[in-house]
Design a protein around this ligand. Structure first.
Ligand code: MOS
Length: 730
């Protein structure tokens, strides 16, 4: 039986707070933690499948043009080689998040260096890799593919454009103003687990173990790509070693393994190399962002401008939504916002953790720091003075808003005690020491989700949905929600995820997972509680369940009387999504030291204070915040995709050359959760937290570099060469 909740109104009943088990919010360790650390949680490539052939992808060595000939004979006689798959469907990939849309690239056409064009299948991985290196491919190459945004006409993204009032006039009249341009470079999701798939075909049905975030639409993408009905396709992603956007859509590993398995009638495994993951899966676009801020004598914004330039391949619909939070974070009635897209031939640009704010917020918050110094007020105070009552563009109310609390509590906990001061106030040996801060904001996303919850006759519970847990804690928080609703120890709730045989969940992405699928579980549990209440002869809102019993001492097993009882919860955000502006908010504080001779920056300590609705599990939520702050450190100091200007190929395509922060780069991080109930965010009053921790943090570090050394830098990452170049003479 399916129970549908379309949420049109805020839910202020906060029912979860009335429950008696007391496990919601508890810092429980991940239920799958032991399996992961003992190596018994299988990742996509690790399933033991008999007679499995191995596939290795061959990638393009031209930037733009056409594959004219693939000389299969050049490798078919090599040891162990079984086949070369060059089906044109392999080089056509559905655009991210657009299931059912026609493939974006023309058959056999190449649009970037490193694009997968064929799959070599052999008995062993080594044989396949050897043959892949020897495969002879002929191309017709188009000269002059534009590789840099300067070289092309820009497309305005009209949905992002705002002209409100007269910003130029506000700038001219302002007591204080800044007009600055920041740049950020491309980023990689750089998930630990490479993209991988094992496909099995029984002549009628296709079963694929893969590493994916969004099974609910990945199944549609795959069915379309290989020409099967969805009912003949099963996708399984039980454990995912990080996705960060790169596994939102299916990629060539999944399509090529499936095509090969169907063609050869035997299982085929395809695992991308680290280099291939970086080269051809997804990039975050580089950005150029002009920010204009106009303020009165008291630091109140009268004008706000944010224009951004991003890039993508021709034909792709995604444009890094840089302005997402800029639309509502700060006041200022005269506004100009614009997003422009350049069509260039680098690999596909798509969602990389916190698409939009991850790069938009560091630029905006860097500009706010410049303004605070210009005016001569404390940067915390400048933010506090500019928190708008309602969304300054659409006039919508905020669903809940904890920016001020995060700024105040974060400043207090960090020991923030300065207004603007002259840089270079503190030197320790050869290091300048300073502090900086920034606001955090990340829109709250929530989506449709389904989950089936079964109360078992033995008094345990089962939760089933095709939802994925990409390392965030989904297994655990769903067990907590059901445990709380039924008065059960979460250990008695079995959560079964990552299989398209189950009801369609929300998938994991955009920080929407917990609120969306958590609400579907909540809806199912509420319906089951109603039936339990009826049987117990107690009104549902009076029914107290704890440790498997009602307040009158009846056990769940007694109420179930030998029969399992199941409900499918179906949650959908209704008017709520358009009646409110919903966002997570926060504040970052950082202390850094900058070497006066080498320009090297080390982060000494960092604190993030975040408000994101109900905290479902204090341990997993804190881990998400720590992960986010760690990404901030990478964005501030080291992470940048480097493209060869001659052919657009990615040069630093491994983790030795693409520098994500490692243990030595990450100091003790402090996380402060400013807990709240957001009645309009979801029926469980929770908002997203996965990405908020990196939305602005890079600016806290950049602003601290200025406070320490006097180097004001407008280009992320702030590598030693850039710091040295910007450092004033001693
Ligand atoms: Mo996310 S970058 O939407 O997985």
């Amino acid at each position: 039986m399916s129970v549908h909740l379309k949420q049109d109104k805020p839910d202020t009943s906060n029912r979860l707070d009335d429950m008696k088990q007391g496990v919601i919010g508890a810092p429980l360790p991940r239920v799958e933690g032991m399996a992961k650390v003992t190596g018994t949680a299988p990742y996509a490539a690790e399933y033991l499948v008999e007679n499995c052939a191995e596939g290795v992808l061959v990638t393009s060595t031209i930037t733009r043009g056409e594959v004219t000939r693939i000389d299969k004979d050049s490798v078919l006689s090599m040891p162990g080689v079984i086949a070369v798959i060059d089906d044109e469907r392999l080089i056509t990939r559905p655009a991210q998040g657009t299931a059912n849309e026609a493939p974006q690239q023309k058959p056999k056409s190449v649009s970037y260096w490193g694009q997968p064009i064929a799959l070599v299948v052999a008995e062993t991985f080594e044989d396949a890799r050897d043959a892949a290196k020897h495969l002879k491919v002929e191309y017709r190459e188009d000269e002059g593919a534009p590789l840099s945004p300067d070289a092309v006409e820009l497309e305005e993204q009209e949905g992002e454009t705002v002209h409100q009032g007269d910003l130029a006039h506000a700038m001219a009249e302002a007591a204080h103003s800044v007009d600055v341009t920041f740049t950020t470079e491309g980023h990689s999701s750089a998930a630990m687990e490479p993209h991988a798939a094992i496909a099995q075909w029984d002549g009628e049905r296709l079963t694929v173990h893969a590493s994916l975030q969004m099974l609910n639409y990945n199944i549609t993408e795959l069915a379309d790509a290989v020409g099967l009905d969805e009912s003949k396709v099963r996708l399984i992603s039980r454990f995912v070693g990080g996705g960060f956007g790169s596994k939102l859509g299916i990629s060539e590993d999944v399509v090529s393994a499936s095509l090969a398995a169907m063609q050869l009638c035997r299982p085929v495994r395809v695992v991308l190399s680290r280099q291939q993951v970086l080269q051809c899966i997804m990039r975050r676009s580089e950005t150029t962002q002009r920010i204009r801020l106009a303020a009165d004598e008291n630091g109140r914004l009268t004008g706000f401008g944010h224009e951004a330039l991003v890039s993508n391949l021709p034909g792709e619909s995604f444009a890094e939504p840089v302005l997402q939070s800029s639309h509502f974070l700060y006041a200022g009635q005269n506004r100009e916002l614009m997003l422009k897209l350049a069509r260039i031939h680098r690999m596909t640009a798509g969602s990389v953790r916190a698409p939009g704010e991850a790069v938009g917020m560091p630029a905006l918050e860097g500009a706010m720091d410049v303004l605070a110094h210009e005016i001569g007020i404390d940067p915390v105070e400048l933010r506090l003075r500019n928190i708008p009552e309602d969304n300054p563009e659409e006039g919508l109310p905020f669903s809940s808003h904890k920016l001020a609390e995060c700024l105040r509590q974060g400043a207090e906990a960090f020991g923030w005690d300065h207004g603007p001061r002259k840089p270079r106030h503190t030197r320790e040996g050869e290091w300048w020491v300073g502090t900086g801060m920034a606001s955090a904001a990340r829109v709250h996303n929530v989506g449709e989700a389904r989950a089936r919850v079964t109360l078992k006759a033995d008094g345990t519970a089962l939760v089933e949905t095709d939802m994925t847990d990409i390392g965030t804690g989904t297994y655990t928080i769903l067990a907590q929600i059901a445990g709380e609703m039924f008065g059960l120890d979460p250990g008695k709730v079995l959560v079964d995820l990552g299989d398209t045989r189950h009801p369609r969940g929300s998938g994991s992405g955009g920080s929407w997972g917990a609120a969306s699928v958590g609400s579907a579980v909540y809806v199912a549990c509420t319906a089951l509680r109603e039936e339990l209440a009826r049987r117990a002869g107690i009104a549902e809102d009076k029914l107290d369940l704890s440790n498997g019993r009602t307040q009158t001492g009846q056990t769940l097993s007694q109420l179930l009387d030998g029969q399992d009882m199941a409900r499918e919860g179906h949650y959908e955000p209704g008017d709520i999504a358009s009646d409110f502006t919903a966002s997570g908010f926060g504040a970052f504080f950082a202390q850094v030291r900058v070497n006066r001779f080498t320009g090297e920056t080390r982060v000494d300590r960092m604190l993030g204070a975040f408000g994101f609705g109900r905290v479902l599990n204090h341990k997993t939520a804190r881990s998400q915040c720590i992960g986010g702050i760690t990404w901030s450190i990478g964005a501030a100091l080291t992470e940048a995709l480097e493209f060869d200007p001659r052919d657009g190929h990615l040069v630093n395509c491994d983790l030795a050359e693409y520098h994500v922060p490692v243990n030595r780069d990450v100091p003790d991080l402090e996380v402060l959760m400013v807990e709240e109930r957001d009645p309009a965010a979801s029926p469980i009053q929770a908002k997203g937290i996965g990405e908020l921790g990196m939305c602005g943090g890079a600016a806290a570090i950049g602003n601290a570099i200025f406070d320490a050394s006097g180097a004001r830098i407008f280009d992320y990452p702030m590598t030693p060469d850039r710091v040295l170049a910007a450092m004033p003479a001693d």
